[in-house]
Design a protein around this ligand. Structure first.
Ligand code: APR
Length: 171
């Protein structure tokens, strides 16, 4: 069981699963969602459209996770999860934890042994990095204790996010 923390671009990670911070539509967006679709190519969106035409007709719920092809990315699958939007009045921590738990469970069900996560919800959804790091790291550590996934890599975009996750991991 290994948890790595690196600074870089998640779309370049050579792992079995790259986790996408998607939105409920599953039809792309900005941030890491945009980067994954741009670099992964149209096959990812085509798979997402199939999901929307089938079981996910109403979109993916916050905290849930679903897999598609990784297209041209150096991974086998993309696991899309929808993070909660930050709220100062409502505690949505359990939903952010669900994103990580469910993404790992979907990855394990595929037979993946290595998974890369971005800092879900900390961009457009405005979740404070410190809080997100605590929730992400603790949930992943707990889930890895009895998962067939062997390695999780948090890939942080920029020095600040990297520093926050590093600090949280040694807290
Ligand atoms: N590699 C790794 N991390 C990245 C990359 C990348 N290439 N690009 C952005 N990030 C980081 C951001 O810096 C942020 O720390 O991913 C984290 C998540 O930010 P967002 O991508 O904005 O995702 P989120 O805050 O969960 O908001 C989701 O944004 O892109 C849309 O369609 C998406 O509507 C959804 C919303």
């Amino acid at each position: 069981m290994a948890i790595e923390i690196v600074e870089g671009d998640i779309t370049a990670q050579q792992v079995d699963v790259i986790v996408n911070a998607a939105n409920s539509s599953l039809l792309g967006g900005g941030g890491v969602d945009g980067a994954i679709h741009r670099r992964g190519g149209p096959e990812i969106l085509a798979d997402c459209r199939k999901l929307r035409a089938g079981h996910y007709g109403r979109g993916l719920k916050v905290g849930q996770a679903v897999a598609t092809t990784a297209g041209r990315l150096p991974a086998r699958w993309v696991v899309h999860t929808v993070g909660p939007v930050w709220s100062s009045s409502e505690d949505r921590s359990s939903l952010l934890a669900d994103c990580h738990r469910n993404s790992l469970r979907v990855a394990a069900s595929l037979g993946a042994v290595s998974v890369a996560f971005p800092a879900v919800s900390t961009g457009i959804y405005r979740w404070p990095l410190e809080s997100a790091a605590e929730i992400a790291l603790s949930t992943v550590a707990e889930e890895l204790a009895d998962s067939s996934v062997e390695m999780v890599r948090f890939v942080l975009f920029g020095q600040q996010a990297y520093d926050v996750f590093r600090a949280a991991s040694s807290a």
